[in-house]
Design a protein around this ligand. Sequence first.
Ligand SMILES: *Cc1c(COP(=O)(O)O)cnc(C)c1O
Length: 421
Amino acid sequence: MEKLAIHGGKPARSKPLPPNYPGAVLMGAEEADAAAQVIHAQSPFRYYGPEPVFTVKALEDQISRDMNVPYVLGVTSCTAGLIIALKALGIGYGDKVIVPANTFIATAGAVICSNAVPVFVDVDDTLNMDPDDLERVMDDEVKAIIAVPILGNPCDMQRIMSFAEKHNIYVIEDVAQSCGIKHHGRYAGTIGHVGVLSFQMNKILTAGEGGAIITHSAQIFERAARYHDQGLFRDKQRYNLESSDEENAFAGQNYRMSEITGAVALAQWGKLNEILTNMKTHYTNIQQALSLEIPTLQFRRVIDTEGDIGSNLGMILPTKQMAELFTDALNAENINTAILYNGKPVYMNPQIFHQRTAEKHNFPFDFKFKHAVEYTEEMCPRAADLIARTVYLPISPILTEADTSEIIAGIIKVYAAVSSA
Ligand SMILES: *Cc1c(COP(=O)(O)O)cnc(C)c1O
């Protein structure tokens, strides 16, 4: 057997893979020129200035056309977008929101910062929310579900939507990690009542920071626009939505997107198809080769192969110890892989697990729920098991054929060593 790089052997690749920033690695003249135009116009604010370029408006219109959704609102981040979405739906103190056990902390944090309380559902072997576990956490205090397609692999939106319809609750799609993902041909984010995108550095497209809210509902859109902008609704004419401030304004935040962010995000948006096509091609090639060469290797289940954007290949190892050895050994081969979130469900983060907030009396956890909200280490056993032994290979849109061959050879070599250890 070939000696592993972690044991001093020759690495499968002589240098690391491209950094795992799919949008940022393709940044160039388009983003630079777009941002410069805003600066030269001395108009970095979206609603007015000496010579506004209206990049945020252009970004919103472009997303609206491409995703076939009438209302889009640029915001400062996906975390802000989730808070805005919850506020737009009228969710807050005394409400519960269902969150998957496998997600980034922002999903749960946004619920708490909106003054509601998260309750957690387990995952299945897709590593996304298990629709069969929804009933377990459902009660009449639950007002919404946040579905989160993790790393490019779609959620079972059909079953999540039918559960929500049956119980008359809302569905928010947190598409932060998976811009461009689809389920049954429809873009994730446009299937639930409201969807949220992210343009943070690690996401498919980036402006460093930024996000967008998408919805089919004029009413949700108006409330989102008002919450994100001090209660104002400056774009009523653009959307032909007459609405009086005297009757409809409420106290809000400032989560407005800057024109520089809008310029960069719009230039990135123009590269989305190229990014998705490249990722999917490499992902398919790598997965097909690995399936042939390593018949025992288990992949993350995908419910809709067409809709999967191929940004990450999830491999489920038999044990946590093997998964850790597999990642460490692959990293030594210059094939950078990762186990997400320290191998733990999101509720194991101390601020969530201990229900600790910045507020007095631990508001909003002080609400006297009819069915008390308690978190235990064992509450989502499949998430605790599967997150710890799922290894993700990020698929960069700028891989070459030589890169993919080296990745395949390296994984075959390391898997053989790890599974015989
Ligand atoms: C990154 C991420 C967020 C937060 O996005 P920001 O734009 O950084 O606020 C929310 N949810 C998920 C699932 C994420 O991965």
